[in-house]
Write a protein that binds this ligand. Structure first.
Ligand SMILES: [Zn+2]
Length: 314
């Protein structure tokens, strides 16, 4: 049995996982402004409670897996950069912590990569060896499985930062410092500003909405709200272009989409498929574009799978 935790921006999901099955799970408030060292201790205590509830103990566990919202140096069990979340994370040797606190070996990986691994074990990408996953929400993340293994690149950053690629070469400099960054032009983080900068915003029902999120934008677009249609269609085009770029770069047999915006998947998936059909004639076959199916469980299942790959050579 593996102890797994998935550190998100608002919650930490954690569980006991064995042979791709989640035996027990719970969640903690992320408190991402608190030191990582304190959050790790809270996670360890939660695992111990879960074990107790199952009449099990640490002796029944063979390892630990962490999914982290960072670029992860997998070999050295460290994170690269903190971006204002879980302060002190980059100073921690996570393997050392796991050994000293729990007496167990540890694996760790970027959270979206583990979600993709989970999807490839029992979810939407089961039995696929070449998969690209994009998660669209507050930001836009990307992860790749190539030849059945997570793809890392030279600096553990392969595909992870695809959301920051330039989508408008003559655009303005965005939050990350890049010109015309895709994430700035089509993600929840900037959606309010995008809507407000639309010429029809003041006439739009969006200007009176309690909250400007993609669910509202998609709902208002459906009833013909001009501003919402403009924002929606720009976002769809940018997401489709990112998918297209990822397909050209990584040659997947399947593309999985996840993240909060997929609540509107009945609009998003057909729009992206149509974009690829129309603008990628150089690839004469159709690549399935599907929605992730495991939700919050994906990275927990992926964590256990990664532990088995690394420590049990499976
Ligand atoms: Zn960016």
């Amino acid at each position: 049995m593996i102890l797994v935790a998935d550190f998100g921006g608002t919650t930490i999901k954690l569980g006991l996982v064995q042979d791709t099955q989640i035996i027990a799970k719970t969640r903690l408030d992320a408190l991402a402004n608190h030191p990582m060292q304190d959050r790790l201790e809270a996670v360890a205590k939660s695992w111990e409670s879960l074990l107790q509830e199952q009449s099990r103990s640490l002796k029944d566990c063979i390892g630990v897996a962490l999914a982290l919202p960072f670029i992860v140096d997998v070999r050295n069990s460290r994170v690269c950069g903190e971006f204002g979340k879980f302060p002190g994370a980059s100073e921690i040797d996570f393997s050392e912590w796991s050994q000293s606190r729990l007496g167990l070996p540890l694996v760790m990986e970027n959270d979206l990569r583990l979600a993709l691994l989970g999807e490839s074990v029992v979810g939407s990408a089961k039995d696929n060896e070449h998969v690209v996953m994009l998660a669209i929400g507050t930001g836009i993340g990307c992860a790749v499985i190539s030849g059945g293994r997570l793809f890392h690149g030279a600096n553990n950053r392969a595909a992870s930062l695809l959301g920051h690629s330039c989508i408008a070469y003559n655009g303005s400099v965005g939050r990350c410092g890049n010109i015309g960054c895709a994430e700035d032009l089509a993600s929840t983080a900037t959606l309010g500003e995008l809507a407000k900068s639309h010429p029809d915003f003041t006439e739009s029902s969006l200007s009176r909405a309690a909250r400007i999120d993609y669910e509202t934008v998609f709902a208002l677009a459906e009833v013909g709200d001009v501003c919402s249609l403009g924002v929606r269609d720009q976002s769809l085009t940018i997401w489709a272009t990112l998918v297209q770029n990822a397909v050209l770069a990584y040659d997947p047999e399947l593309v999985v989409l996840g993240g909060g915006v997929l609540k509107s998947q009945e609009i998003i998936l057909p729009a992206i498929r149509e974009h690829l059909r129309r603008y990628m004639p150089c690839i004469p076959w159709e690549i399935p574009i599907v929605a992730a199916t495991l939700g919050d469980d994906a990275a927990l299942i992926g964590g256990e799978a990664l532990f088995r790959q690394i420590h049990l050579k499976q």
